[in-house]
Design a protein around this ligand. Structure first.
Ligand code: SF4
Ligand code: SF4
Length: 108
């Protein structure tokens, strides 16, 4: 037995706040769509619960054993870190690109 997060889909408004908060990338969803927890990835850390504006996340016990390993959790944590670094690099590139375009258009 172990605890995992579960989302009550009736009340999920697709705000994505839980995805941003989850350190292990265990939540699947996109803006304005219902979100779900991947039980295999969730170690039940509870961090998503307090950020949900509609209080639709809770913890439940599932029969599935504690077969997820520390290595798996560490892998997920590092995967999220790498994803965030990529996102910020892409954002920086996009901002630089837009600034260069703006400067070029003013020099025309
Ligand atoms: S309990 Fe923790 S690991 Fe599970 S979905 Fe919420 S934030 Fe992610
Ligand atoms: S924080 Fe709550 S309402 Fe927002 S996407 Fe997650 S589960 Fe849905």
């Amino acid at each position: 037995m172990r605890k995992v997060a579960i989302i009550n889909e009736e009340y999920c408004v697709g705000c994505t706040l839980c995805i941003d908060k989850c350190p292990f990338d265990s939540i699947i969803g996109s803006e304005n769509l219902i979100h779900r927890v991947n039980y295999n990835e969730c170690p039940g850390c509870k961090l998503c619960i307090n950020v949900c504006p509609t209080d639709c996340i809770s913890l439940i016990e599932i029969e599935k054993g504690n077969e997820y390993s520390k290595e798996k959790i560490k892998f997920n944590f590092n995967r999220k870190k790498a994803r965030l670094v990529n996102i910020s690099m892409n954002q920086a590139k996009s901002i630089n690109y837009q600034i260069e375009n703006l400067i070029a258009s003013q020099n025309d």
